[in-house]
Design a protein around this ligand. Sequence first.
Ligand SMILES: Cc1cc2nc3c(=O)[nH]c(=O)nc-3n(C[C@H](O)[C@H](O)[C@H](O)COP(=O)(O)OP(=O)(O)OC[C@H]3O[C@@H](n4cnc5c(N)ncnc54)[C@H](O)[C@@H]3O)c2cc1C
Length: 444
Amino acid sequence: MAKKYDLVIVGGGTSGLEAAKTAAGNGLRVALLERKSRSDKVQRSCAQMFLMNMDSFYNERMHFSREKKKWIFPANNFSVNYKGGYREFYACHFIAPNSEDRIEIGDYEANSSGAGVAAAVFDKTALLQGLFEEGIAAGVDYYMERNVTYVRRVSGGVEVKTAEGDRLVGTFCIAADGINSRLARLTGLNRDRVFLFTASSISYYVTGVEFDRSEMICMGNAYDHSPGGLGSVHFCMLPSVYREDEYWLYVNGDERLDFFTKKSNFSRWFKNVEVTHKRCAVIGAWGPPKEPFMDNIIFVGDSCWFAEAENTGALLSGHRAANAVCEALHTGKPNRDGVKNYISWWKRNWSETHDYRDFLCYAVFFRIFSEDELNYLHKTITQKLFWSINPFNLYGHITRGIKPYMDKIKKERPSLAEKLENFTPAQATAMMKPATRIGFPAYR
Ligand SMILES: Cc1cc2nc3c(=O)[nH]c(=O)nc-3n(C[C@H](O)[C@H](O)[C@H](O)COP(=O)(O)OP(=O)(O)OC[C@H]3O[C@@H](n4cnc5c(N)ncnc54)[C@H](O)[C@@H]3O)c2cc1C
């Protein structure tokens, strides 16, 4: 016999745990099924960075209360308990291949002297632990080590089955099963979405790093021109929450890490480098669906978003979806109409205000230039640009920041100016084509 709940949640990551504790806290009978033995066992790559209230994300400006030990989401009117580490940083620097010149986003000096907190890193394990414990206190039934393999609309709700033999029925189901969502595939949600690419990501925690203005996120490309070499090696580095002398470093793979830290122009930062641990992720990126709802299944977090909803988006959508289920059940509308507030909130703050092509433009923009052109560009843009690391806005900020220098660039580097002027979202999408081809067609 199936166990009956008001709400069955698939996935115990950030979005699922937030949905579970919120719904159970509002008095609903809630089950959460998670494939791993512990929700807080973080194995997937994550830079663990929150964009703070100097910029908005999904129209929210969050902040951290040290006193209350809570992440506060004022526009959405909720908070999340958090007892883990916290480290602020002050800017985002794109660094030239020569490792010297920088395009600066945000004012490091002003922010580090107290003008504002651009962003902060957090401990995802502690975040998930806090959410899990709040769920226990609220009465969530957790089913751990359960792999959900089946989901179907039945009379009275949604039936969910696991490989381990469980059968649960919820009046509603929340799909919180992450970027490669099985529920999005099983329900057919992906059918009308544009498949963009599959990408792998490997990131490292490293100690023994020394560079100036270290409390920031820095990104760039190093170049390996040796015969049969790696070509351009992209990196991204930011402070780690675990140790003061530790950094999170994305360089995709051991060979690239070795080149970047030992042989590239950046190796002077890494004289005493040691890798403490590494994490990885596989990302199947899709355009957004028409709406995050199908047959009484509500989609939250990464399960229905382009690439990463980030933990901010996961928390906001998990919270909003749980409240919508509560409202639907209390108003006697256990159907799409009952959760229409979530659907319209999601459309308004997600798909209607974020264009995934802006994300793609930012992701590939610096790759259209040669090493020499990148060095020139980084030397030329001397003015600090407006702060944002919202990946959907960053491309716009960078191109607006370059505009005042266009006359100079046209005069000194006409072919570089042409590249800048001719770069379009269509070109960015075309650059992703090889990754689209090697994606997993089975996801359809
Ligand atoms: C390289 C990289 C860097 C990132 N950096 C940041 C950052 O700096 N800041 C930030 O906020 N975000 C960052 N993110 C994104 C962030 O990690 C995700 O957006 C966030 O974790 C999404 O939460 P979620 O709950 O939607 O999904 P997830 O956290 O992926 O949770 C999904 C859960 O569902 C479970 N699950 C999946 N399938 C099943 C199944 N069939 N049955 C049962 N359980 C299942 C999984 O085990 C998992 O626990 C980054 C991601 C990557 C890859």
